[in-house]
Every structure is written in structure tokens, then in C-alpha cells.
Design a protein around this ligand. Sequence first.
Ligand code: NAD
Length: 251
Amino acid sequence: TKLLENKVCIVTGAAGINGIGLRTAKLFYEHGASIVITDVNEQACDTVRSMFNEDRSLVLVANVVSKDDCERVASAVLEKFGRIDVLVNNAGITQPVKFDEIQPDDYDRILDVNLRGMLYMSQAVTPQMKQQGSGSIVNTSSVSAQRGGGIFGGPHYSAAKAGMLGLGKAMARELGAFGVRVNAVTPGLIATDITGGKLDDAMKQKILEGIPLNRLGKPEDVAKAFLFLASDLSDYITGATIDVNGGMHIH
Ligand code: NAD
């Protein structure tokens, strides 16, 4: 069965060819959704535009850190599709540095894209969701938020991703009365371009020893959790956090 028939779903940071966002957009599309892909990378946007039928897709260059861009996305989606059912806040950046190496502009960049971007995109879509009396917002946090560091994220990344959990829970309390649900996914190590090619075989082997399911994650693993949280299968779930980490962190 198709789980997202007639739903309009926005996925941010979704033009990366090997990323979690594009895999999510494809899965949602297969489940009948109209999909909106946004990304700051213009070239990547051009590449993905032809992957989907124009009637059921919209690809927009937009920076989640810009409130104007976020509002422009919401307006364009309403103009084309007339409603907004799902927002997946997926855009994110990381930086593998140590605590005392974090420079002021690194802090700003990492906190802005991951956390401020989630706030601005959510603020842009919630007026419409409230008016509809329904909506699902899903936030991409990280195991890094829970254990104080992943493998590729520095302490500022952990802080941003932990901030996303707090912001999301507060939003869930405030928006529940309007039928808008807000949940988070905390992926473990997923093989995408975010690792910047820095993951060698020896490192991979060492990481695998700490993963009960004995493999790295795939973008599809995260996309499937997003699908659950986006769809009505999860219609009594809000404020929750779903771990997608192969058992790397059990708590
Ligand atoms: P990715 O680099 O392939 O995808 C991130 C996308 O976000 C890119 O397409 C990039 O262009 C876009 N982006 C960056 N800055 C942006 C901005 N300001 N506005 C709009 N788009 C922007 O990496 P990914 O691994 O697919 O990451 C997706 C999400 O999953 C991120 O939030 C990341 O922090 C999170 N995550 C990834 C892992 C992992 O191991 N890969 C683990 C936990 C969480």
C-alpha cells in the first residue's frame, strides 16, 4: 500500500545524490507523495530535477539559514500544490574538530544550518499546517546528540543536533493541539557524502565492532523511519525520537 497518497512533502537538503534526503524524497514519491526538494547546492538541484514527474515534484534552490528563502519555499509549494503535509528537516552540515579547535565562525555555521534552519523552515510551514489541522514535521538529529559525539561530528555538531531534539519536543507540545506532530530520528553512521571520503577500511572495521547489526547504515534505513513518521501509521506519535543506528547506541 502507498502510505503518502495525496500528501505534499518537503525535504530540505535533499539534492545530494548519495544523501539521506534524496533517498527519502524518492521513497515518499514511490508512496504517492508530491515531493518538494530544497537544497542550497544549485548544481545538485539541476541534476535531480529530471528524476521526477513535474506534476508531482518541485525542486527549489534555498538556504535553510535564510528566513526569506524558507518563506519563499512555503509560498511556492502552496502556489503549486495548495497544501503542506510533511516537512523533513534534513539539511545539515558537520565538521570533525575537537572542542578547543572550534572557531567562532565554525560554531555559527554548524549551529545555523542544523538548528536555526530547522526553526526557520518549521516556522515557514506551520501556519499552513495549523490551518489544515494536520501536519507532520520530522527532524534529523544524530546519535551524536545522545552520546556526545559521533564519529564525524565535533562538539558543536553534537550541540546543534541535541538542540534539535529540545526544539522539536517543545514544538510537539505547542503544535499538538493543532493536529501537527513533531518527531525526530537519530541516525548512527550512515554511508553518505557527509563523511567527506574520510572513512577508510580500518576505521570502518573498528566502527563495525560497536554495531550489533554489523553493518553501516544506508540512506534507505533512515528514509524508512522518515516514511513511518511522515505517514498516518504514526498518527498518535509526537515528541518521539527514533534511533536508526543498528544498535550502536542502546539506552
Ligand atoms: P549530505 O551532505 O549528503 O546531505 C546534506 C545536504 O544538505 C546536502 O545536499 C547539502 O547541499 C545540503 N545543505 C547543506 N547546507 C544547507 C543549507 N544551508 N540549506 C539547504 N541545504 C543545505 O549528508 P547526509 O549524510 O545525507 O545528511 C543528511 C542529514 O542527516 C544531515 O542533517 C546530517 O547531519 C544527518 N545525519 C547524517 C548521518 C550520517 O552518518 N550520514 C548521521 C546522523 C545524522
